[in-house]
Design a protein around this ligand. Structure first.
Ligand code: ADP
Length: 366
């Protein structure tokens, strides 16, 4: 557990970057610091590993005042990931990952073995280990940055905008993989971002800071969206809060209607017979949904070119947001639900999702 107690940082020149910050980052959880540029996020993060010394107040890790610890000793238990990976350009990927273990005096073989294992763990092919950072994409470099921070298996990870420098698709993948990794590793993580969507997606708890480095609100993502503390937090959260909050509500009991579906290659006549409301769902050999077709527009058999692919697919028992989006994005207005293996289970209508939403208003769920 990391505890900030009335921590301030006034830089030489007089800027108060952090103004009396108190909060706890619980063990094994992701705490996100979010807020507008200049609100003291990076300063707060770097005070944890003493790259920056607080002006006043105390920061404790597991009950130990960090100001009493020797900085190098302190940093051994703290992984640090920054934007763009911060890799050493003249070292191979494997040597980059093995940096901290080697500093700790591990023998080269053990350090490299751990580095190879981590390379795989963050989703990179073993042969990338021999390359240099500039031979990797931004997303791959970012993964290496995470692997390097994990190499000495520190209980605490500090992450400063680690996914900001990559495009939105890669960013989404990195976020998903980061959550998967954290579910396995259970590190105590403090994560800085200026992006509120990233904050609510990744945080077990989210600390919203205002300029001057004071805490505007500390809450779980669902509570933050449902009940912003003031206008500043509400403005910072932005639009579509009601819709976004649905991502935190599970929908175990939605009524699922069986959906007749046809395989690729089905003839127009059987597609017409299976159609409902002018649309029929097409599945592959494993009954995974591929898209919708309008049999009335078919020339011959159903081909991939005939597919309307606009609809999203939601997992059964997933969130209300995913189910509602599946219904709203489906050209037939029937939202496609699949099981864990991606196979068609049936469809759900927006009105049924809305009925479920009204049954359990936001903020009143048990
Ligand atoms: P954020 O990470 O939220 O963008 P920072 O912690 O980087 O905010 O900065 C907070 C405030 O402190 C800003 O006003 C910034 O200009 C100022 N600041 C940051 N680093 C220094 C420094 N080394 N010297 C003086 N002022 C600084």
């Amino acid at each position: 557990m990391i505890r900030f107690a009335d921590v301030t940082k006034v830089y030489p020149g007089g800027t108060t970057a952090v103004g009396g910050l108190s909060f706890v980052a619980p063990t094994g959880k992701i705490t996100v610091l979010v807020g507008p540029s200049g609100c003291g996020k990076t300063t707060s993060l770097r005070m944890i590993n003493r790259m920056i010394e607080p002006t006043s107040g105390t920061i404790e890790i597991d009950g130990r005042d960090t100001s009493t610890l020797e900085p190098n000793e302190l940093r051994r238990g703290i992984g640090y990931v920054i934007q763009s990976g911060g890799l050493f350009p003249h070292r191979t990927i494997l040597d980059n990952i093995a940096t901290v273990p080697q500093l700790l005096g591990w023998d080269r073989r053990r350090a490299r073995a751990v580095a190879s294992e981590l390379l795989e763990r963050v989703g990179l092919a073993p042969e990338l280990g021999r390359r240099y950072p500039n031979q990797l994409s931004g997303g791959q470099q970012q993964r290496v940055g995470v692997a390097r921070a994990l190499a000495a298996d520190p209980p605490v990870m500090l992450m400063d905008e680690p996914f900001s420098a990559v495009d939105p698709v890669v960013r989404d993948q990195l976020q998903q993989e980061f959550l998967r990794l954290q579910a396995e590793l259970g590190k105590t993580i403090v994560f800085v971002t200026h992006d509120i969507d990233e904050a609510v997606k990744l945080g077990d708890q989210v600390a919203v800071l205002r300029v001057g480095g004071t805490l505007a609100q500390l809450a779980g993502p669902a509570d933050l969206l449902a009940d912003p503390a003031d206008d500043f937090v509400a403005d910072f959260l932005g639009r579509d809060r009601g819709y976004r909050a649905l991502a935190f509500q599970a929908a175990p009991d939605l009524p699922v209607t069986p959906e007749p579906a046809v395989p690729l290659g089905a003839d127009a006549e059987s597609a017409r017979r299976a159609a409902c409301g002018g649309w029929v769902l097409v599945v592959d050999g494993a009954r995974a949904p591929l898209g919708w077709v309008r049999p009335a527009h078919l020339a011959g058999v159903v081909t991939r070119d005939d597919l309307h692919r606009g609809g999203t697919v939601a997992p059964v028992g997933g969130t209300l947001r995913a189910a509602l989006d599946a219904a709203l994005s489906s050209p037939s207005r029937r939202g496609v639900l699949v099981d864990d293996d991606g196979r068609l289970v049936g469809t759900v209508r927006a009105q049924d999702v809305l009925a479920e939403i009204e049954r359990e208003p936001v903020g009143e769920a048990p």
